[in-house]
Design a protein around this ligand. Structure first.
Ligand code: HEC
Length: 134
């Protein structure tokens, strides 16, 4: 096979591969959105500037400083957990949502958690979309 043809084939297969990854991500986000609706909207809104329910609004939660939604009364446990300007990144959100009361002892979020990594990752993929930076 000549070199140019080979390089062309590699380029084409790379495009096809990343296209597949995008499709998977879109599927994850869709499934995550469904999960959010089922498991989280009883206590949380997710639209920009949305009001607090039992829990705080979650727009822009990925990368946001912990326990900093204006006007929401967090538990002492959550405020302590966020001390030192800690932010919700993928790792902390994943650990929290696996078992909230384990990571933040004394949190007033009464939710047992999502045990399966795969499911949590879908939810995280969705939470990432709740942002202005798309
Ligand atoms: C039964 C009500 C309830 C459910 C269901 C619930 N939460 Fe919460 N959530 C809360 C409360 C209350 C808090 C405030 C916790 C505190 O101050 O200790 C909170 C806090 C949070 C925080 C921290 C917010 C911040 O501003 O630092 C995140 C993130 C979060 N919840 C995500 C979720 C997700 C995702 C789901 C669905 C899988 C969910 N919650 C389900 C009640 C709930």
């Amino acid at each position: 096979m000549n070199k140019i043809l080979k390089a062309g084939l590699i380029a084409v297969s790379m495009v096809a591969f990343s296209g597949g990854a995008f499709a998977d991500e879109a599927k994850d986000i869709k499934k995550g959105a469904k999960m959010f609706k089922k498991k989280c909207t009883a206590c949380h809104t997710m639209d920009k500037g949305g009001k607090a329910k039992v829990g705080p609004n979650l727009f822009g939660i990925m990368g946001k400083k912990i326990a900093t939604t204006e006007g929401y009364k967090y538990s002492t446990a959550m405020k302590k957990f966020g001390e030192g300007d800690k932010v919700w990144d993928e790792a902390t959100l994943s650990e929290y949502l696996k078992k909230p009361a384990k990571l933040v002892k004394g949190t007033k979020m009464s939710f047992s958690g999502i045990k399966k990594d795969k499911k949590r990752n879908r939810l995280l993929a969705y939470l990432k979309t709740l942002s202005d930076a798309k």
